[in-house]
Design a protein around this ligand. Structure first.
Ligand SMILES: [Zn+2]
Length: 602
């Protein structure tokens, strides 16, 4: 088990399409939430009268690394303004959240766990020397409150106890005091015991519970990875056992688990909340870092290349709360929603469909993914997910040029002042691997570089399009880490309005996506043809996808879900074709905003 360390935003930089993706984010909602959204603009965290719990820390968790990765001075200054204000309200006792001290026992301390992580993120980016002391006082106070019984974990703080371990790890490296281990133990003892819950995940009840809540489950996958060393426990890969149950009973074709917003089974018309996409990615990043186990890196890229772009508009101003794998319309439900516990608008693209957590939280996904492209351990550098990016330290530099996952060729330029080894993870689906034109084998390349050398390694492999089985006798298609869907044409209907003091105004307004083409198809041949296209200015463009697959398909009678006008039935009515075979161009799932992903092979 190799432990890998993250680079800082000073050392790692996104390049190519990944940089462009971050620039789009910087220009849109997540880059401007402090200007357009009351819960961040007027937050109690900075002395205002709006929400004072998770929304500002959620937003900063993505906004800070975004600002530093892009070296955007305006955004760096805006992040500092928030951190300055938050620090200025820290009490003598160390308590930092915007909650009067007499109300602390009833304040859900999930916010303490979250802000503690954000302060570490800020330090890693800024090296602001006020942070270690402020964070020490936050966590010392948290320990005093918990160990004295003044507070205990409940609700979200109980479900997300492990989130405080990013700060515990940070403080242990600097102070290594005994109370930190005691705090770690108290959090685990009071926190939710996930391995004891797996039976509940097999029988989804469409009932709202913390124990089946999809974001809690996406987050908890990393609990052992971040906590076991501080608890003195042996690592047993509990994440694999837990995710196996989730996958078997609630898995989707893009590596998510259904949760709209609690676990909802294997049906392609159930949804998954965007927070869960961002948090599952973050869990996989920590799981890889803690273990070096390649399966987490491969699962990470599947989420990043499919589930994440699918549920956010091309311009990144609007997002869904819930995405479905068979999503034929995003129209407000006239009656009861198809979802288990979410309501009529959860699948619309908008400012805060259903609830504003995702609005604040989704911005962490791309920046933290960019920070995970390369990791290091001693004199080794590993290319974790081979997306365009570069790393530069005093000892070496590595630059990766590639359009992966839209193409499978990679140019690594390395330069060393000191000896180091470049390790390249090769995805499990890669075929015909070549390094500088020569055949190579294995799941990892080890490329030593000597001090004074400058080298270029050209790596290429192929990935073949293939079908894979889905429940209900349906199938999906993938090529490498990209899953493909039948795209449904649509018209967008825009809604500008104000509700509960929250203004939806272009470009951060709501949209319904109304279907304008047929979606009732089945695969009528196993033949699939890959079509490479140019990469546009929007990497996961819904209009100009950078790669497509041609499949042969026939229409079948599919039907609608009972009592629904805008949701397809879970399974088709019949598999007997009602049309001739036609060639259909499938889009990457991330590019197809309305789509069919799970369809029968006839
Ligand atoms: Zn959310």
């Amino acid at each position: 088990m190799t432990k890998w360390n993250f680079y800082t935003t000073n050392e790692i930089k996104p390049e190519g399409w990944l940089r462009r993706q971050l620039e789009i984010q910087a220009e849109s909602l997540a880059g401007n939430l402090d200007k357009v959204w009351r819960d961040v603009r007027d937050s109690a965290w900075i002395g205002g009268d709006a929400e004072g719990w998770e929304r500002v820390p959620y937003w900063l968790d993505g906004f800070i690394p975004l600002a530093y990765l892009l070296e955007d001075e305006d955004k760096i200054a805006r992040a500092k303004k928030y951190i300055d204000a938050i620090l200025s309200y820290q009490k003598e006792s160390g308590w930092i959240c915007p909650c009067a001290e007499e109300n602390i026992p009833t304040y859900d301390s999930w916010a303490v766990q979250l802000i503690s992580k954000v302060l570490v993120v800020y330090y890693e980016c800024s090296r602001d020397e006020r942070i270690p002391d402020a964070l020490y006082r936050v966590m010392k106070n948290y320990h005093e409150l918990l160990s004295s019984g003044t507070i205990s974990l409940f609700k979200w703080g109980k479900a997300r106890w492990f989130e405080a371990f990013v700060a515990i790890d940070f403080l242990k490296k600097r102070y290594n005091e005994e109370w930190l281990s005691d705090l770690a133990r108290i959090l685990k003892d009071q926190g939710t015991d996930y391995p004891s819950l797996t039976d509940r995940w097999k029988r989804p009840l469409d009932k709202w519970t913390y124990e089946t809540h999809i974001v809690n489950l996406a987050m908890m996958l990393k609990y052992e990875a971040v906590s076991h060393t501080h608890l003195g426990e042996e690592y047993i890969d509990s994440a694999e056992k837990l995710s196996e149950v989730l996958r078997t009973y609630n898995g989707t074709p893009v590596g998510l688990f259904t949760g709209d917003e609690c676990l909802s089974g294997l049906s392609p018309i159930q949804g998954t909340e965007l927070c869960a996409v961002a948090e599952q990615m973050y869990s996989y990043e920590h799981l890889f870092a803690a273990t070096g186990d390649f399966k987490w890196a491969e699962r990470l890229e599947v989420l990043a290349f499919n589930a994440l772009p699918a549920t956010i508009s091309d311009d990144m101003w609007t997002h869904q709360y819930d995405q479905q794998s068979n999503q034929i319309a995003c129209i407000r439900f006239p009656g009861k929603a198809i979802f288990g516990t979410n309501k009529r608008e959860a699948h619309l693209f908008g400012l805060e469909p259903e609830y504003g957590c995702c609005t604040a939280n989704f911005g962490q996904a791309w920046p933290k993914f960019a920070l995970s492209a390369f990791m290091r351990s001693g004199d080794e550098v590993i290319s974790v997910v081979p997306v365009p990016s570069s790393v530069k330290t005093d000892a070496y530099s590595v630059e990766l040029k590639t359009n992966y996952p839209f193409e499978n060729s990679f140019e690594y330029t390395v330069e060393a002042k000191e000896d180091f080894k470049l390790l390249v993870r090769i995805p499990s689906f890669a075929k015909d691997l070549k390094v500088n034109g020569n055949a190579a084998y294995g799941s990892m390349l080890l490329l030593p570089v000597k001090a004074g050398e400058k080298k270029i390694f050209n790596i290429e492999f192929t990935a073949n399009p293939e079908f894979f089985n889905r429940p209900h006798n349906l199938a999906s298609v993938r090529c490498g880490s990209l899953v493909f869907s039948l795209p449904i044409k649509y018209e967008k209907k825009m809604y500008e309005y104000e509700r509960n003091g929250v203004e939806r105004k272009f470009p951060y307004c709501d949209y319904e996506y109304i279907p304008k083409s047929d979606w009732n198809y089945a695969f009528s041949s196993l033949e699939l043809k890959l079509n490479k296209k140019a990469l546009s200015d929007i990497p996961f463009s819904s209009e100009h996808p950078p790669v497509t697959l041609t499949a042969k398909m026939k229409q079948i009678p599919w039907g609608l879900a009972e009592r629904h006008e805008n949701v397809c039935a879970k399974v088709p009515e019949s598999r007997i074709p009602i049309s001739d075979e036609t060639a259909i161009e499938l889009y990457p799932y991330g590019c197809a905003k309305l789509r069919m992903t799970e369809m029968p092979i006839i």
